[in-house]
Structures are given as C-alpha cells and as structure tokens.
Design a protein around this ligand. Structure first.
Ligand SMILES: Cc1ncc(C[n+]2csc(CCOP(=O)(O)OP(=O)(O)O)c2C)c(N)n1
Ligand SMILES: [Mg+2]
Length: 253
C-alpha cells in the first residue's frame, strides 16, 4: 500500500502488525460484520501514522473493501495517511497529531461506564509519542477515574522519527513512570502471541485501575533491511526491488 502511494510509514506499521493481529483476531470483542455495533471493543490508533497496518487488517476482515487497497493516501480515498473517524469504516478515532488518543480513550471508557456498556477501549501509543505532555494528563485522569476498562498499549520499539528515544527524549524508567501515575503495568514481547496472551490475560482481573501493556517491538519488523532503522520511519519508501525483497522476507517467516 505504501509503495503504491509512494509515501507513508512502513517502519511503525510493521512494529504493531503482530499486536493488531492479536487484538483483532483473538482478544477484542469485535464482529467484522457489524463495525458500528455499540458493544464492540474500541481501538484507538493514537500513533495514527501507522494506519496502513490498521487498514490492511480492516481489509482482511472485510470491513473495508479490498478494492481500496491501492488507494492509500489518494485524494478523496477512504484510506487517508492517518485514520479518519467517519471516513473509514472500522476506525474508532481520528489520529495523526500525536498525543491525543489516550484522552479520547478516557472519554470512551467513561462513556461505557455511564451508559452501562461492557466494552473495553484499547489505545495504541508510540514510545516517541510519549514525549507529548497530553499523554500524561490523560494518564492522570484515567487513574483518577479508576478506568479499569481502559488499556493503553505502548509500541516500545525504541525509535521515533529521527533517531532513538534516547537521542531525542529519553524515557528512562518507562514502567516506573506509568506505575507512579497509578496504572497497572505489564510488559510483553509484541511479536510473540503467547507472551501477548499472558499479558492480556493478566490485566483482566485488575479492578479500579487502568492497565498499560508495554510491548517490546522492533520497528520495521519482518523486513530485514528495515528492522531497527529510523530512516524507514517515513522518509524512505521501498523501490520495486526492495518491495520484492520485503515480501520474500515476510513470506520466509
Ligand atoms: C503532534 C505531532 N508532532 C509531530 C508529529 C510528526 N511525527 C509523526 S510520527 C513521529 C514520531 C513518533 O515516534 P513513535 O511514537 O515512537 O512512532 P513509531 O516509532 O511507532 O513509528 C513524529 C514526530 C506528529 N504526527 N504529531
Ligand atoms: Mg517508536
């Protein structure tokens, strides 16, 4: 999709693909036949630049037509470079300006409480995105309201747009930070389904606190020349030859 568009974000999309597969095909209470079902679990892709991963899954589930596959980032297309609520079926929140998704998640989780609905709200955040102050306002608010129906997932790939977190804005003790905001903190390997299942099962019994899953991931996961390379965040798009190598790498696994 990114190759056809000639622009986009392959690295961050690949780092959350396994997490999205786990969530949509195993964890979430979700019926692809009814993407507007009121009781469905919500997913907010706060790191909205990784929309190609979400769109690929929505296409695979049949929520978005397969015919749209090559229309990513085209003017007028349902598949814009970032998720747009109301434009793409299956998208629960607009995102792209980093830092805002968890606040929307707090709103959705409160709404479930006030309306007596049992859905959960999952919000996927980038680790670089945690540089945004609004994330921590939302974290304080979620803990204050004891939102045990809100789950944050940090795509902890250690890289952001122009280098590593450590170079740009160090996160230091990430788990301790969330813990000090009174969140239940669990870690997992974001490319291992058994590890993800253990983490998501562990948070199910937590009451009166929001949970965060810090998922260890690899930016560009699965494509040999993209893995752990910040230049595949969004400035590079694979050539036709690189695309063939990427498909071969992924098929080889
Ligand atoms: C408010 C805001 N500032 C800057 C950007 C530009 N931007 C897009 S992605 C990105 C880096 C994000 O890093 P991270 O959250 O770690 O994403 P990932 O590694 O998962 O791709 C930046 C700075 C943005 N989208 N929004
Ligand atoms: Mg990152």
């Amino acid at each position: 999709m990114v190759c056809a568009a000639g622009t986009g974000h392959p690295g961050g999309s690949l780092s959350i693909t396994d997490l999205l597969v786990y969530l949509y095909y195993h964890e979430m209470n979700y019926d692809p036949g009814q993407p507007q079902w009121e009781e469905r679990d919500r997913l907010i892709l706060s790191k909205g630049h990784s929309a190609p991963a979400l769109f690929a899954i929505l296409i695979d589930l049949g929520v978005v037509s397969k015919k749209k596959f090559h229309t990513l980032r085209k003017i007028g297309s349902d598949l814009q470079g970032h998720p747009v609520l109301g434009k793409t079926p299956g998208v629960d929140m607009t995102a792209g300006s980093l830092g805002m998704g968890l606040s929307a998640g707090v709103g959705m989780a409160l709404s479930a409480r006030y309306t007596g609905m049992s859905y959960k709200t999952y919000t996927i955040l980038g680790d670089g995105e945690l540089n945004e102050g609004q994330v921590w306002e939302a974290a304080m608010s979620a803990a204050h309201h004891k939102l045990d129906n809100l789950i944050a997932i940090v795509d902890y790939n250690k890289l952001q747009i122009m280098g590593s977190n450590d170079e740009v804005m160090g996160l230091n003790s990430l788990a301790a930070k969330w813990s000090s905001f009174n969140w239940n903190v669990v870690s997992c390997d974001g490319h291992n389904f058994i590890s993800m299942e253990t983490a998501f099962t562990e948070i199910k019994n937590i009451k009166n606190k929001p949970s965060v899953i810090i998922a260890d991931t690899i930016k560009g996961k699965g494509v040999s020349y993209m893995e752990n390379q910040a230049n595949w965040h969004g400035s590079n798009v694979p050539s036709q030859e690189e695309l063939q190598r990427a498909i071969k790498d992924i098929d080889g696994q």
